[in-house]
Structures are given as structure tokens and as C-alpha cells.
Design a protein around this ligand. Structure first.
Ligand code: 5AD
Ligand code: FES
Length: 339
């Protein structure tokens, strides 16, 4: 199998690579070569601010789904969020990612105010939003307010599989429409999927790759599915380290220019998960800037790491990890480098 020409392989050839561990060593070596060719040893930092754990959706895998009555809910104020950015700026972050559940409390006008204030105070920083599915007019308003990037994972590109992971009122069609609208509005767009979610097949993962080829996103975030004790998926097995690393390497080879994070979920299933993710082709890490008092409450899955550490601790911990893996931290905005 020609691993360097992976984008040209057929669906069945890709499925074979995804299902086998025979190619792993070659995939990781080639992925590292490719990332160095496009991005050198650089790893970009994104400061993640988890603005709220209130969500009107009920995705079956997610710990902050509306049906989880065991969870205390929180919302950060505009002042809280700006405080996190100030702290993050001092630590060298030049991208702030505002992530949260789909919470009607954050009206378009409030989101625009927050984005506008961050851009005014920190004009050299990029603002990334990760606030779920919204109407086109809302996305357009956030963009006018200064938002640069938007993250919205498609989760799975197979309709039937999507329907097993989500309640009936959600649809893959709508998710895709949102992603294409974001692109048209000029956002740098990120999508992605969970690895090892219930019922996922190798063929489903091929469909994820094909959808990403169609979308051509700037950022691609993937991580292992990890069961959460207060969700209907509590008894399912989580995604494996091996398969997640294999998918990261495949993504790097298929999307050489992409910004690919080594995710917290990967760090949660293995003590060196994030280092291994970087070595498999990832070039972004997203340390947590949320106030420590709310950290534990943004639990999308069980045993999430870094819920007790201050931002500064995560910042230095990650720097050590990045250097130990053979890479270096960059503190600029870290925009995508397309040819
Ligand atoms: N395990 C792993 N990832 C999860 N996410 C949500 N719930 C889980 C889980 N149980 C991911 C989804 C979402 C992102 C913010 O977190 O892919 O898009
Ligand atoms: Fe948070 Fe290591 S990154 S403690």
C-alpha cells in the first residue's frame, strides 16, 4: 500500500489501513515527516475557555447533555471570560477558544460583545468560537464582531450512525449546512469526529475522511470516545489510543496543511497520549484557561485531566511535554498555512 499517496487510495484500501496495525510505524514516521515539511517542529497553543456547561442538546455520548440531572450547571460572565483572556495573554496565548454548550443565555448580542471586547483588548489575538449549531445570521454577526475561527465537529459523517449518537431533533444535514455556511462567511473552520464511538465501523471512518476532503477544513480535531457515567453510553467501551493515533497520522498525510490538535481526551486515556499525538502528526495543543472553580463541571467524559490545575500549571506542563516529544512551542496566532 502506498502510504504517501494515501489521499488517492480507494475506500476499501483506506478501510484496510484503518483496520490493521501493520501500517502504524510507517504511518507515524511519514506523518511526522509531513508535519515537519509544512510546519517544522512548531506546536501552536490555544487557550481554551469553557464558557458554560448548559446545553439544550441531548447528544447521547456527552456528559453535559440536558438530561444529565446530576450535573451542577455554570455560566461564565463576560467579565469572567475577559479575565481568563488576560491571564492567558500574560502566559503567551495568542488564540482564545470560547467553547460551551448550546445555551440560549448567550444571545447573539452577548456573544458579539464578548468577541468585540476580546478583539479590542487583544488585537493581536485570534478568537475561535466553538458554540455549536447556530443560524447563518448569527455566524455572520459573530464574524463581523471579529471572530476568526469556528470549531464544529461533524462527529460522524454517516447518517445512520449520526442518528444513533444523537436525539431525533438533530441531523447530520444541519451540521453540514452549518459547516459550509461558516466556510462561506470566511471563518477558518475546524471539524472532526470521535474515534471509537459506539457502533463506529472502519467504513464509517472512511466516510469521515471523505467528508473532510469535501469540506477541506483548516483545523481537524479528533479524540477517543470516552464513556461518561451519567449518559446512556456509560457501559460502552471507549476508543483506543492505537486507533486514535493511527487516525491522526492518516489525517496529517491526507491534510498536510491542517492544524490538528493533540486533544485532552487523548491525554485522558493515556499518560503520554498528547505527546504520542504530536509524534503522530498533531501540531496544536489546547490548554485549559477556564477558572479552576468550574473545571470539574465541564466534564464531557469521565476522568478528564487538568481539572485541578491553574492555567499557568497547564501551560508549563504542556511546554515540557512538547519539548520532551521533540517539538517547540510557538506563541503567535498560528494561522493555517495553505499552499
Ligand atoms: N468522549 C469523547 N469526546 C466527547 N465529546 C463529547 N462527548 C465526548 C465523550 N464522551 C467531544 C465531541 C464534541 C467535543 C467538544 O467533545 O466530539 O464535539
Ligand atoms: Fe494541565 Fe498538564 S496540561 S496539568
Amino acid at each position: 500500500m502506498n502510504i504517501t499517496g494515501i489521499a488517492a487510495l480507494s475506500d476499501s484500501e483506506l478501510a484496510e489501513i484503518i483496520s490493521s496495525d501493520a501500517y502504524d510505524a510507517d504511518l507515524v514516521a511519514e506523518a511526522d515527516r509531513t508535519r515537519r515539511e509544512h510546519y517544522g517542529a512548531d506546536v501552536y497553543l490555544r487557550g481554551l475557555i469553557e464558557i458554560c456547561n448548559v446545553c439544550k442538546n441531548d447528544c447521547l455520548y456527552c456528559g453535559i447533555r440536558r438530561s444529565n440531572g446530576a450535573l451542577a450547571r455554570y455560566r461564565l460572565t463576560k467579565e469572567d471570560i475577559l479575565g481568563c483572556c488576560e491571564n492567558g495573554y500574560a502566559l503567551g496565548f495568542r488564540t482564545f477558544v470560547l467553547q460551551g454548550g448550546e445555551d440560549p443565555y448567550y444571545t447573539d448580542s452577548l456573544i458579539c460583545q464578548v468577541v468585540g471586547d476580546i478583539k479590542e483588548k487583544f488585537p493581536d489575538c485570534a478568537v475561535t468560537l466553538s458554540l455549536g449549531e447556530k443560524g447563518r445570521a448569527s455566524y455572520a454577526a459573530y464574524r463581523r464582531a471579529g471572530a476568526d475561527r469556528y470549531l464544529l465537529r461533524h462527529e460522524t459523517a454517516n447518517e445512520a450512525h449520526y442518528a444513533r449518537l444523537h436525539p431525533a431533533e438533530m441531523s447530520l444535514r444541519h451540521r453540514k449546512d452549518c459547516l459550509f455556511a461558516l466556510k462561506e462567511l470566511g471563518y477558518q473552520v475546524g471539524s472532526g469526529f470521535m474515534v471509537g464511538s459506539p457502533w463506529q465501523s472502519a467504513q464509517n471512518l472512511v466516510e469521515d475522511l471523505r467528508f473532510l476532503q469535501e469540506l477541506s477544513p483548516d483545523m481537524i480535531g479528533i479524540g477517543p470516545f470516552i464513556p461518561h457515567k451519567d449518559t446512556p453510553f456509560r457501559d460502552f467501551t471507549g476508543g483506543s489510543l492505537k486507533l486514535t493515533l493511527r487516525m491522526i497520522a492518516i489525517l496529517r498525510l491526507m491534510f498536510p496543511y491542517a492544524l490538528i490538535p493533540s486533544t485532552t481526551a487523548l491525554g485522558t486515556i493515556h499518560p503520554q497520549g498528547r505527546e504520542l499525538g504530536l509524534k503522530a502528526g498533531a501540531n496544536v495543543v489546547m490548554p485549559n484557561l477556564s477558572p479552576v472553580r468550574v473545571r470539574k463541571l465541564y466534564e464531557l467524559y469521565d476522568n478528564k485531566i487538568c481539572t485541578g490545575e491553574e492555567a499557568a500549571e497547564c501551560r508549563s506542563c504542556l511546554e515540557r511535554r512538547i519539548v520532551s516529544a521533540g517539538y517547540r512551542v510557538v506563541t503567535d496566532r498560528g494561522d493555517v498555512k495553505r499552499q
